[in-house]
Design a protein around this ligand. Structure first.
Ligand SMILES: CC(C)(COP(=O)(O)OP(=O)(O)OC[C@H]1O[C@@H](n2cnc3c(N)ncnc32)[C@H](O)[C@@H]1OP(=O)(O)O)[C@@H](O)C(=O)NCCC(=O)NCCS
Length: 174
């Protein structure tokens, strides 16, 4: 039965073109509702942040017949004060009914393309190592495990406690 469902979704996905894009200002309200639903506080915060024009944050989305079915973010940040500044993929999410259609892969490829267009050498992410679909997706697209990017010289008081299930991964674009 799951196989039949997957086949049916792939069939639908082929017939309805999937539009992958970097979110523009006009997408933010729909994206905010997709991410936060009826949570007005979270939605308002999202809208405020979205219009601060931070050049180091890009929202990615996939649409089918105009409706958002997946989203993700890439952003530049440092995990700790001493860690290098890197580009990170986070929040990749595909609506359950649209999983298994290649949309997660399409979103990750868009994230890699955008990182490349920014002239950056690598994209990093953190995933729960028990998240089998996500880890398989990232490995398929060329991500590999890396040590947590904290300087070895930092004392334990300076390095954050790491979730034992956290898997750090990187894809070297150049
Ligand atoms: C992880 C997630 C983004 C995958 O999205 P998706 O659109 O279903 O994935 P795709 O259809 O693009 O699959 C691409 C590859 O991922 C792997 N994959 C996807 N689903 C899988 C599953 N259930 N079991 C094993 N591997 C899986 C496969 O390698 C697959 O390639 P294949 O179809 O050639 O076998 C989706 O399951 C999701 O939104 N999960 C909840 C949120 C989440 O965990 N996000 C990751 C945060 S780090």
């Amino acid at each position: 039965m799951p196989l039949m469902r997957a086949c049916a979704r792939r069939f639908i996905a082929r017939r309805a073109p999937i539009d992958y894009r970097i979110a523009q200002k006009e997408d933010m309200e729909t994206l905010g509702r997709f991410l936060h639903g009826e949570d007005e506080t979270a939605f308002t915060l999202f809208m405020e942040e979205s219009f601060t024009c931070n050049p180091d944050v890009f929202r990615l989305l996939a649409r089918v017949r105009g409706a958002i079915v997946a989203s993700a973010t890439i952003s530049k940040h440092q995990l700790t004060a001493d860690a290098p500044e890197d580009w990170w993929l986070s929040g990749l999410y595909v609506l359950p009914t649209w999983r298994g259609c290649g949309i997660g892969a399409g979103m990750t490829e868009l994230a890699l393309q955008q990182t490349c267009d920014l002239g950056q050498p690598a994209l990093k992410l953190i995933v729960n190592k028990n998240n089998v679909p996500a880890v398989a997706l990232y490995v398929k697209l060329g991500f590999y495990e890396i040590p947590p990017p904290f300087p070895k010289s930092a004392s334990s008081a300076e390095t954050p406690a790491i979730d034992p299930h956290a898997l750090f991964m990187e894809n070297r674009i150049r």
